[in-house]
Write a protein that binds this ligand. Structure first.
Ligand code: ADP
Length: 456
C-alpha cells in the first residue's frame, strides 16, 4: 500500500473541501473520518485525507490526534504530508495551527534523520513548512501576509464574530507568531512573481536563517501553482484546499502521478432531505434567510434551535424533532438551525459560557441527525465545520466517497450507514462557503448527479 499524499484536516468540512479539490485535479482520493482503528481498504487511492475534529480542542489533544494521523499515513507510505486548516486560518491565540505544524514537522524531521542514517539523501524543506491558506475560488487571498476574504481584511470579514475562533487580526505572520516559539517568515507576492525556482531559493534562504514557518502570499491560481512547484519536495506543507488543487500537476510533472482520474460516480440517492445548520458565519446566515424566504411557511419553514432553551432540558430538542418529522412527512426539505447573529450568539455565550453553548448545539445536531437518519433521512446537508464533526461522529461514519461539487469547496459525498441499504448522501458545508440558495440548489444538484427525481 503506497499513497502519494497523506493529509490531516483539522475539521470535517475542511477535509471534504481538500478531498474535493484533489479529486477535481485528477487524484483518486479517500476521505477517512478519524484515524482508522482496524483494516481499511484504500483501493487504488493516490491520496488519503484523514478528517479530525482538532481545530478547537485543547492543544495537547490536537497535537496527539494529528501525530496519530501522521503515523498512520506514514505507514501507508505517503510521500508528502499536508496539514489542512481553514482558508480563514481559524484558530485561537493558543493554537492549534502553530503547535500542530511544529509537532508534525518535528516528527517528520526525526523520521528523515533516521532514514538519512540508512542511506537516503536529504530532502529539501525538512526543517521548514509553508502556510498557504489562500483559496482564490472562494475569495480568500493573502497579500503581504494579510488575509483577505473578498475585498475585506479577515478581521473585518465577519470572522471577527466567530463563536469559537474569532479572527481579529489579518496579519498572519503576527497571528502565527503567537502560536509558535519559532520564527515565522513571509514569501511575498513579488518573490512569487519571479517563479517557482526563485520562490524555492527564497524559502531556502529563510530556512538558513532558522525560519520554520513561512506564510505565503497568493492572489490567484497561478500563485498557487508557483508555490506548489516550489514545495513539491517538502515533506510537510500546510494550508487550505487551494494548494491541494495545485499539487497534483506537480506530481505529474515529476512522473509520480501518471493518470488523470475521473471523480467517482455517486450511487442513486434515496430518503428524505434534511438541512442541519450550526454555523453562524455570514454566508450561512444568508443561506438560512434565503431558505426561509422561499419556503411556503416563511419563517415557520425552519426550526430555530436556541442553546438557552436546550440548556433547560429535553423539551426543546423534542420540539425540533417533532417539527422535522412533520416537515419530512410532507416531503421536505426541512431546515433545523442554531445559526444566529452575533448579538444572539454573544447572549447565549454570556449565559452559558462559550464552550457549553457550542456543545449544546453540537450535541443537539448530532442527536437530530442520528434519530432522523434512522427514520429515513437519506440526503443530509450540514452547515458548519464543528457542527459537521458533531453530526458525522454521531452517525458513526468512517469513510466518505467524494462526488462532484455543489459550489467551490463543497462536494456531495456518500457514506455507508449501518442498518441502511443505500448510502447516506451527505454535503458538509464550511460556514462561509456556498451561494445564497445553497440549501435548496444542493438537492437539485444531487438529483442531477445521481439521475434521481428532484425533491421539494
Ligand atoms: P463555521 O463553519 O461557520 O465555522 P462551526 O460549526 O465550525 O461553523 O462553528 C460554529 C460553532 O458555533 C459551533 O460550535 C456551534 O455549536 C456554535 N453555535 C451555533 N449556534 C450557536 C448559537 N446560537 N449560540 C452559540 N453558539 C452557537
Amino acid at each position: 500500500m503506497s499513497i502519494l499524499l497523506g493529509a490531516i484536516a483539522d475539521d470535517f468540512t475542511g477535509a471534504t473541501d481538500l478531498a474535493n479539490n484533489l479529486v477535481r485535479a485528477g487524484m483518486r482520493c479517500v476521505q477517512l473520518i478519524g484515524v482508522p482503528q482496524g483494516e481499511v481498504d484504500l483501493g487504488e487511492a493516490d491520496a488519503v485525507v484523514v478528517a479530525l475534529k482538532s481545530r478547537t480542542c485543547p492543544v495537547e489533544q490536537a497535537v496527539a490526534d494529528s501525530l496519530a494521523a501522521l503515523d498512520w499515513l506514514q505507514a501507508c507510505g505517503a510521500r508528502q504530508f499536508f496539514f489542512k486548516y481553514c482558508s480563514t486560518f481559524d484558530s485561537t491565540d493558543a493554537g492549534n495551527i502553530g503547535p500542530v505544524a511544529d509537532a508534525l514537522l518535528e516528527r517528520l524531521r526525526v523520521t528523515q534523520t533516521e532514514r538519512l542514517l540508512a542511506t537516503e539523501s536529504e530532502r529539501p524543506g525538512g526543517s521548514q513548512t509553508v502556510m498557504v491558506p489562500a483559496f482564490p475560488a472562494n475569495g480568500r487571498s493573502v497579500y503581504q501576509g494579510h488575509l483577505f476574504v473578498g475585498d475585506r481584511l479577515l478581521n473585518d470579514s465577519g470572522m471577527q464574530h466567530h463563536p469559537l475562533t474569532p479572527m481579529t487580526d489579518a496579519d498572519l505572520v503576527r497571528v502565527l507568531g503567537r502560536q509558535t516559539p519559532h520564527p515565522v517568515g513571509l514569501a511575498a507576492r513579488p518573490v512569487l512573481a519571479r517563479g517557482g525556482a526563485a520562490t524555492r531559493v527564497h524559502l531556502e534562504a529563510l530556512a538558513a536563517e532558522g525560519v520554520r514557518h513561512v506564510i505565503c502570499d497568493s492572489l490567484d491560481e497561478h500563485d498557487l501553482e508557483t508555490l506548489a512547484e516550489a514545495v513539491v519536495d517538502y515533506p510537510l506543507v500546510t494550508g487550505g484546499s487551494g494548494l491541494g488543487q495545485a499539487l497534483p500537476e506537480q506530481y505529474r510533472r515529476r512522473g509520480w502521478l501518471t493518470e488523470v482520474a475521473e471523480p467517482g460516480r455517486l450511487a442513486s440517492a434515496s430518503g428524505s432531505a434534511l438541512v442541519l445548520s450550526g454555523s453562524c458565519s455570514r454566508a450561512t446566515l444568508r443561506q438560512v434567510a434565503h431558505f426561509l424566504e422561499h419556503h411556503p411557511l416563511g419563517q415557520r419553514g425552519g426550526f430555530a434551535l436556541d442553546p438557552l432553551e436546550l440548556a433547560e432540558g429535553e423539551a426543546h430538542l423534542e420540539a425540533a424533532l417533532a417539527f422535522a418529522r412533520a416537515g419530512l412527512a410532507e416531503g421536505g426539505p426541512v431546515l433545523v438551525y442554531a445559526s444566529a447573529d452575533p448579538e444572539r450568539v454573544k447572549a447565549a455565550q454570556q449565559a452559558l459560557g462559550v464552550a457549553r453553548a457550542g456543545e449544546l448545539v453540537e450535541q443537539a445536531l448530532g442527536r437530530l441527525a442520528n434519530t432522523l437518519v434512522d427514520e429515513g433521512v437519506g440526503r443530509l446537508i450540514v452547515a458548519g465545520g464543528e457542527s459537521s464533526g458533531a453530526v458525522v461522529s454521531a452517525l458513526g461514519l468512517r469513510q466518505l466517497r467524494i462526488g462532484d461539487q455543489i459550489d467551490p469547496g463543497v462536494p456531495w459525498t456518500q457514506a455507508p450507514v449501518e442498518g441502511r441499504e443505500a448510502p447516506l448522501s451527505l454535503a458538509l458545508k464550511s460556514g462561509n462557503f456556498g451561494g445564497e440558495d445553497f440549501f435548496t440548489r444542493a438537492f437539485a444538484v444531487l438529483a442531477r448527479l445521481t439521475g434521481d427525481e428532484v425533491l421539494g
